[in-house]
Design a protein around this ligand. Structure first.
Ligand SMILES: Cc1cc2nc3c(=O)[nH]c(=O)nc-3n(C[C@H](O)[C@H](O)[C@H](O)COP(=O)(O)O)c2cc1C
Length: 227
């Protein structure tokens, strides 16, 4: 086999086979719906905190819709060519990332693990495999109901990105934007008839360690979702 054929075999055969064997590193998500039948008023009225969920799994389509609501891209501005997003961002810096944590059999079509939502590709990138919900619960001062939620969303921020005039803006802007993103998850979930809870009662250090976050990334807000 000549050199080109060996490289081609490596790229097109061996790497995809290795990825399949290891479990897909990237999970393509079904396209999000941009329309719905539930009014904003109804979604607001129906939302309330729930700490008990049915063991019924969520669908990958639901996870896709919630990811898009949390941090999705809309389209490209025809004049500036900037990507427009479903959440606003101070100075359009966009310091947030959304992580999804699933358990064993809690989301159809998704292996247990920790994933990062990639808005540009509308896909999940694997961070860690395996059910991490027990460690997440421990990091949340043993709020054990969190470990029974079919899906946990973690909104993280990079305050350094928003650091402009003072440190205060860096952290504050990221936290404010996490609030916008979390509220979008709550509203979208409510419109889909799902139960949610916002969680900020966690140890930053423990949660960061469990999620494998680098030092300049902070976990800001979690949202649990289930039926
Ligand atoms: C920033 C924030 C952090 C919260 N953290 C927790 C938490 O760690 N654990 C929990 O059980 N509920 C948590 N909650 C949920 C509140 O307890 C709940 O929203 C409140 O009791 C009002 O109830 P309602 O959401 O049903 O209106 C949090 C809510 C917010 C907004």
């Amino acid at each position: 086999m000549d050199r080109t054929a060996v490289i081609a075999a490596f790229v097109f055969v061996w790497i995809p086979m290795a990825l399949i064997a290891a479990g897909a590193a990237e999970v393509k998500l079904p396209p999000p719906s941009h329309d719905g039948r539930v009014s904003v008023e109804k979604a607001l009225t129906e939302r309330k905190t729930a700490r008990k969920y049915s063991p019924d799994p969520l669908s990958l389509k639901t996870i896709a819709q919630l990811c898009w609501a949390a941090n999705g891209n809309r389209d490209v501005d025809t004049i500036s060519q900037a990507t427009l997003k479903v959440i606003p961002s101070a100075m359009a810096v966009y310091p947030l990332n959304v992580l999804v944590i699933s358990g064993s059999g809690t989301v159809n079509g998704l292996e247990p693990g920790v994933y990062r939502y990639d808005p540009a590709r509308h896909q999940l990138d694997t961070i860690t495999k395996g059910d991490q919900r027990k460690s997440i619960t421990d990091a949340c001062f043993n709020q054990d109901w969190i470990g029974r939620a079919p899906a946990v969303f973690v909104i993280t921020g990079a305050p350094k990105k928003t650091k402009t005039m003072t440190d205060r803006f860096g952290v504050d802007f990221a936290v404010m934007e996490a609030g916008n993103s979390g509220q979008n998850i709550l509203m979208q979930a409510s419109a889909l008839g799902l139960k949610t809870n916002s969680v900020a009662g966690f140890s930053h250090a423990d949660l960061s360690r469990t999620l494998g976050l680098s030092k300049d990334i902070r976990p800001l807000l979690m949202v649990t979702v289930g039926k």
